[in-house]
Design a protein around this ligand. Structure first.
Ligand SMILES: Nc1ncnc2c1ncn2[C@@H]1O[C@H](COP(=O)(O)OP(=O)(O)O)[C@@H](O)[C@H]1O
Ligand SMILES: [Mg+2]
Length: 304
C-alpha cells in the first residue's frame, strides 16, 4: 500500500493563494500515483488532522510567513513525522533577507549593497544617506516576504510616498538597484539542478510578472551564458544552500549585470505548481514533475 501524505497548504501569509495552488497540484500528482492524501491548513485543527490521519510524511507546500520561516517547522518537529524541505533554523535564516545577506557577505557571495530602515527611528537625511551609500534608484522590500509582495523600485521623487505605504513592516531593506538580467538557480540536495532566465515585460519581476500569464514573462532555458558563467552562478547558489544549511530543493534568485552575479535571496519553499520555475528547471534536466515530487518526499525522510 502506498504511503499517506498530509499536504500543508494555504496559511495566513500574503502568498496564501500560491500555496493553495502548490498544494493542489502536488496532491493531484501524488493521488495519481496511488498515495493517500489529506490537505490541511496550518490552523488549530492541524494537530487533530495529523493525529487522526497519521501521515508517513508531511509535504510542506506553504509559502511566506509562518510557512517558510521556521514557525511551522518548529511545530512540525514535535510530531516526529518527516516533513519536506528545510528545517527550523535554515528556514528562519533564509526567510530573513537581512540575516541571510550578512551570511552571504561573510562567505563572499556577492549581493547588492543595502541599508536597513526602521520606521520608528526617523532618518531625516535618508535621501542623503542613500545618495552616499547606494545611489538612486533603489529597491525597497520587506525583510521577510516573498513573491515580490511590497517590493518597489524607488527614485528620489517617489521614495517618501512608497515608504509611507510600508509603515506596517516597521523595518525594511533598501538595496541598490541592479539592472541587467534575472536568473534563478535550483539546487536539489547535492545536485546543482540548473538555471532559468526570466525576461519580464513589466518593469521588473513583480507579483504580476510571476503569476499572471497575461503579463507574458518569458522563461528562457537553457540560458544563453558561457559555461564558466553558468558554473559560477550555480556554484554561488550551491554555496548559499549549503552554508545556510538548507535541505531538499531551494531556488536562489540572482541579478546579472556587467558580468557579475548578485544573489538577492534563497527560497527554501519554492513554488511547486507545474508552471513553477523549479519544476521547469527539473523538466529541462529530464526530471518529471512526478519524479521531482517523489524525490522531495524521499528526501524528507533522510537526515541532512
Ligand atoms: N536589488 C535589486 N535590484 C534589481 N531588482 C531587484 C532587486 N531586488 C529585488 N529586485 C526585483 O524584485 C524581485 C523580487 O525580489 P526578491 O528579493 O527576490 O524578493 P521576493 O522574496 O519577494 O521574491 C526580484 O526577482 C527582482 O526582479
Ligand atoms: Mg525572489
Amino acid at each position: 500500500m502506498k504511503k499517506k501524505i498530509l499536504i500543508l497548504s494555504g496559511g495566513i501569509s500574503k502568498e496564501r493563494l500560491i500555496s493553495l495552488d502548490t498544494g493542489l497540484q502536488v496532491a493531484k500528482e501524488l493521488k495519481k500515483n496511488g498515495y493517500k492524501i489529506k490537505i490541511s491548513e496550518p490552523d488549530n485543527n492541524l494537530e487533530k488532522n495529523i493525529k487522526k490521519f497519521k501521515p508517513a510524511i508531511i509535504f510542506n507546500a506553504l509559502h511566506g510567513q509562518f510557512g517558510e520561516d521556521g514557525y511551522i517547522q518548529t511545530i512540525l518537529e514535535q510530531f516526529k513525522i518527516p516533513y519536506t524541505h528545510s528545517g527550523v533554523i535554515a528556514s528562519s535564516i533564509a526567510m530573513d533577507k537581512e540575516v541571510s545577506k550578512k551570511i552571504f557577505i561573510k562567505n563572499k557571495i556577492n549581493t547588492p549593497k543595502y541599508i536597513k530602515y526602521s520606521f520608528d527611528k526617523k532618518k531625516l537625511d535618508l535621501i542623503k544617506i542613500i545618495d552616499k551609500k547606494l545611489k538612486f534608484p533603489v529597491v525597497v522590500k520587506p525583510l521577510n516576504e516573498g513573491s515580490s509582495v511590497s517590493v518597489y523600485i524607488c527614485t528620489k521623487k517617489n521614495i517618501s510616498r512608497i515608504l509611507n505605504s510600508m509603515k506596517n513592516y516597521k523595518q525594511i531593506m533598501i538595496e541598490e538597484f541592479i539592472g541587467g538580467r534575472e536568473i534563478q538557480v535550483a539546487i536539489m540536495g547535492n545536485k546543482k539542478l540548473g538555471a532559468i532566465e526570466l525576461k519580464p515585460k513589466r518593469k521588473f519581476y513583480d507579483y504580476q510578472a510571476k503569476y499572471n500569464t497575461n503579463a507574458k514573462t518569458q522563461h528562457l532555458i537553457p540560458i544563453d551564458l558561457p559555461k564558466n558563467k553558468l558554473d559560477q552562478v550555480m556554484n554561488m547558489a550551491f554555496k548559499a544552500h549549503k552554508i545556510i544549511g538548507c535541505k531538499g530543493v531551494t531556488r536562489s534568485d540572482f541579478k546579472f549585470l556587467k558580468n557579475k552575479f548578485y544573489l538577492l535571496e534563497i527560497n527554501t519553499q519554492p513554488g511547486m505548481t507545474k508552471l513553477s520555475l523549479v519544476p521547469e528547471i527539473a523538466a529541462h534536466q529530464g526530471i518529471s514533475f512526478k519524479n521531482l515530487i517523489e524525490w522531495i518526499l524521499k528526501d524528507a525522510s533522510t537526515k541532512k
